[in-house]
Write a protein that binds this ligand. Structure first.
Ligand code: 9WN
Length: 460
C-alpha cells in the first residue's frame, strides 16, 4: 500500500523546507550508513526505529534504506530474534549498554559481534521491506529488479525472525505474542503496563546504575521515573538469570504480558511478508498467511464491546484496560469488517481521542484524554507520537478509509510544521515539542508523507 503524497496539498515552499529538514535530520543522526534514532539520547541502532527510518529513506535513497535494514539484521540472534538495540562499539553514553545486557556472555544465541540487547521490539520490518520494494518499483526498471534481488536476500532473515515469534513468543492459549519487558512493546511506560509493573519487585541484588537519558531532555517529567527504571533494570537481571532462554522466561519472568498491539503489528507484517514472498517467488507465502490469520484472530479475541482491544497479564490472567492507543490494535491487524471500521474511525475521531475538545491538534494521544491515566507530558502516558500517527493512517488507508487517513496525515504534518522541530513526541493540549527535537522516526514519517507513495497525479 503506497502512502498518498501530501506534497500536493501543502504549499510548495513549505513542502520543500520540511522535506529538506527531515532529510537533514536523518543525515544528522547517521554514522556512516546507519541512521540512529537521535544523537545523544539514542546513539545506537534501534529495531523498530530502523524500519520506520527505512520507510522514510525509501523515498529519497532506497539503497540506503536496504543498508539500514541489513545493518540491523547483522545483530539477529541465532534463534531468529531481532534485538531491540544493536550497539555501536564507538558510541558511548546510553544506559543500559552492552555490558549490562551481557548477552554474548550468557547465551550462544547472541552474536559476539555486533553486541546487542537481549529483548526485541515490534516486528514492523516486513512492512518496511515491502514499502521499500514498492518504492523501488515505482522509480525505474533497474531499481525494481535490484529490489527483488535484495528482497530475496532479506526474506530468509525475516522468516527466521517471524518463526522466532511464533515458536518462542506466541502464548498457546491466547495466540498473543508475549513480551517480557515494557521496552519490547516500544511504548515503555504506557499505563497499559502499570499493573504488571506493580508486580515487578526489584531485589537488593539490583546492581547500582546511573541514568544517562536525563542528560538529554530538559525536563525529567518527560521521561520514565526512577521507580520505573529500577523495574526496567530488574527485568534485565531476570532475563540474564534465565540465560535469555525464552522458555525459561515464560515461566520465570515477573513481567509476562500478551501484547495486542505487538500481535496486531505481527499480523500486518505477516501479510506483507506473504506479499514479499510472492513477489520473490518464494515458497513461504502460505506459511506467512497462516501466521497473519492466527495473530489477527488472537487480536479479535481480545477485542471488547467498544471495538478496542486490551492486553492481558499472562501471570494473573487480568485484563489490562488502560485506555491507550494500543486499543486500536484491531485496525492495525487489518481485515476489519466495514461496520467495525466505521466504529473504529468514529472512536478515533471522537471526543475521547483525536476529537477531544482540549487538544490543540486533532491527533490521537498515546493515552486517551478521557482516561484517568492521561499525563500529557509523560512519554507514552499522553503525548502524541508522529510514528503512531503514521501507523494509524497507514492502517486506515489499507482498510479503505481514505478520508480518515488523509485527515490524520494532514493534521500530523501541520502539527510538525507549526510546532517546529521533528520531535520525538508532542504535548497534546499545547503542541509543545517534547523529548528529543531531531528524532529520526519523526523525520522518516514526514518524508514518507511528503515524498513517498505515488507521485502526484495530474488533475483530471
Ligand atoms: C528504550 C528509540 C526508542 C524507541 C522506543 C521508545 C524509546 C528506549 C528508551 O526510544 O525507548 O528502548 O531508552 O527510552 O520508547 O519506542 O524505539 O527511539
Amino acid at each position: 500500500m503506497g502512502s498518498n503524497n501530501y506534497a500536493r496539498e501543502f504549499p510548495e515552499k513549505l513542502t520543500v523546507t520540511m522535506a529538506a529538514r527531515a532529510a537533514h535530520v536523518l543525515g544528522l543522526n547517521s554514522d556512516g550508513d546507519v541512521v540512529k534514532p537521535a544523537r545523544g539520547l539514542y546513539p545506537h541502532q534501534w529495531s523498530w526505529d530502523t524500519a520506520f527510518i527505512a520507510i522514510g529513506l525509501s523515498a529519497i535513497d532506497v539503497d540506503l534504506a536496504y543498508r539500514n535494514l541489513d545493518a540491523l539484521f547483522t545483530g539477529q540472534w541465532r534463534n531468529g530474534m531481532v534485538p531491540h538495540i544493536v550497539f555501536d562499539p564507538d558510541a558511548k553514553g546510553y544506559f543500559p549498554g552492552p555490558d549490562r545486557w551481557a548477552c554474548a556472555e550468557v547465551t550462544a544465541d547472541a552474536p559476539a559481534a555486533p553486541l546487542t540487547s537481549g529483548i526485541c521490539q515490534p516486528p514492523v520490518h516486513a512492512i518496511a521491506a515491502l514499502h521499500c520494494v514498492r518504492a523501488a518499483a515505482r522509480q525505474s526498471n533497474s531499481t525494481a529488479s535490484a529490489a527483488l534481488r535484495w528482497a530475496e536476500t532479506f526474506l530468509p532473515k525475516l522468516l527466521s525472525w517471524h518463526r522466532f515469534l511464533v515458536r518462542e513468543r506466541t502464548e498457546p492459549s491466547t495466540g498473543l505474542v508475549r513480551i517480557f519487558h515494557g521496552w519490547e512493546s516500544g511504548m515503555d511506560n504506557s499505563p497499559r503496563f502499570d499493573d504488571p509493573y506493580s508486580r515487578v519487585c526489584p531485589g537488593p541484588s539490583l546492581p547500582p546504575y546511573e541514568r544517562r537519558d536525563l542528560k538529554y531532555v530538559s525536563d525529567a517529567a518527560q521521561r520514565p521515573t526512577n521507580q520505573e527504571y529500577d523495574r526496567y533494570l530488574w527485568l534485565v537481571e531476570e532475563a540474564k538469570q534465565a540465560g535469555y532462554n525464552q522458555q525459561v522466561l515464560s515461566q520465570s519472568s515477573s513481567f509476562n504480558v500478551g501484547d495486542v498491539f505487538f500481535t496486531a503489528l505481527f499480523a500486518a507484517a505477516n501479510d506483507d511478508l506473504a506479499e514479499l514472498a510472492a513477489l520473490a517467488g518464494a515458497p513461504e507465502v502460505a506459511e506467512a498467511r497462516g501466521y497473519a490469520e492466527r495473530a489477527r484472530a488472537a487480536v479479535a479475541a481480545r477485542t471488547g464491546p467498544t471495538g478496542l482491544a486490551s492486553d492481558i497479564d499472562l501471570r494473573t490472567g487480568e485484563d489490562l484496560e488502560a485506555g491507550t492507543i494500543a486499543g486500536f490494535a484491531p485496525l492495525i491487524a487489518g481485515q476489519v469488517e466495514p461496520h467495525e471500521l466505521d466504529r473504529l474511525v468514529r472512536l478515533l475521531k471522537g471526543p475521547c481521542w483525536a476529537g477531544h475538545p482540549g487538544l490543540k491538534w486533532a491527533l490521537p494521544p498515546s493515552t486517551s484524554p478521557c482516561s484517568a491515566h492521561f499525563r500529557p507530558r509523560s512519554y507514552w502516558r499522553g503525548p502524541v507520537w508522529p510514528v503512531t500517527n503514521w501507523l494509524l493512517a497507514w492502517a486506515l488507508e489499507r482498510a479503505g478509509a481514505d478520508q480518515a487517513a488523509a485527515d490524520l496525515r494532514r493534521t500530523a504534518l501541520e502539527q510538525v510544521a507549526v510546532e517546529g522541530g521533528l520531535a520525538e513526541y508532542y504535548e497534546p493540549n499545547t503542541g509543545e515539542v517534547l523529548g528529543t527535537v531531531n528524532h529520526s522516526w519523526t523525520a522518516a514519517v514526514v518524508l514518507d508523507w511528503l515524498c513517498g507513495g505515488d507521485l502526484p497525479r495530474p488533475a483530471t
